[in-house]
Design a protein around this ligand. Sequence first.
Ligand code: MRU
Length: 343
Amino acid sequence: MTIRAIEWASGKIRLLDQSRLPWEEVFLELEDYREVAAAIKEMRIRGAPAIGIAAAYAMALGAQAIEAKSREEFLVKLSTVSQALRATRPTAANLFWAIDRMNRMAEVGEDVTQIKSALLHEAQRMEKENEEAHTKLSQYGAELVRDGFAIMTHCNTGALATAGYGTALGVIRAAKEQGKKLHVLVTETRPLLQGARLTTWELAKYNIPFTLIADTMTGHFLSRGKIDCVILGADRIAANGDFANKIGTYNIAVLAMENGVPFYVAAPSSTIDLSLSSGDEIPIEERRAEEVTHIEGIAIAPLGVEAANPAFDITPHYYVSAIITEKGVIREPYEMRLRRLFM
Ligand code: MRU
């Protein structure tokens, strides 16, 4: 079962428009990096690793269109492309990781033609590495899952979010492929319903049994002794193990600890940002109030009411039982062990 969230197709970027799922499977063919930047902002492509891959291909796309007489002129024009992509969504580390890596590749290039081709190859290499990292971390994570487990997950961390096998959902897929019987409790993930719209759509395709619950039901289910573990993803992990993830993650973490339920975070090393010492330094994206006051364009509150819409929250590291990465499963003390991953 292959779901392709993003694909490089003969000089264009082909995206599965996630804002239309599960109602319609619409593919967008984008030829301009500005269209890709808009698609990231509007969450037609979303999920930290998938945003990173989209940005890498958008840099390659932007580079192909640059007309420059010198390498220097080319690099100045390329910085306009990377600035536009950097301004799309502030929280996911993978976005900045991907743009920085593409810029480093451009800077060591010899001439315009060579840099253009090197950038496309680098984006393709990143896509391949991304796929391998997710498959690997899913295998490590699956060791933590036993036959018969009931698992709670939040948001969407599957093929759609990763342009690969998935992170938290990848762990669940790998455990199922090992023959383990599982049941997944999927939170709806208001305001944009990534759990209800996307995770249920993916799980149905993988034939993994699930139950959809409203976000307000997490405490109820965690306190009943019927959930064996929580597995979810991350948008950015600071050096001390604090992490940003979809709004509502912090609530689940506190409730999991209160009820003695293991709480696992699955993420590739491109989500780890050692330049930030703690979660306090992670920028949190604030989105339009309309995403809270409306669902699919239909008002669910009186018109004009004020609403807050932070897209992510920060969970302190002491709620995390383990971080599952492609380099292995890490437990406290996180600071020393996360740093060691990059040595
Ligand atoms: O706002 P989104 O849908 O991009 O947020 C996605 C999440 O919070 C995911 O949990 C995270 O990016 C990890 S995806 C493997």
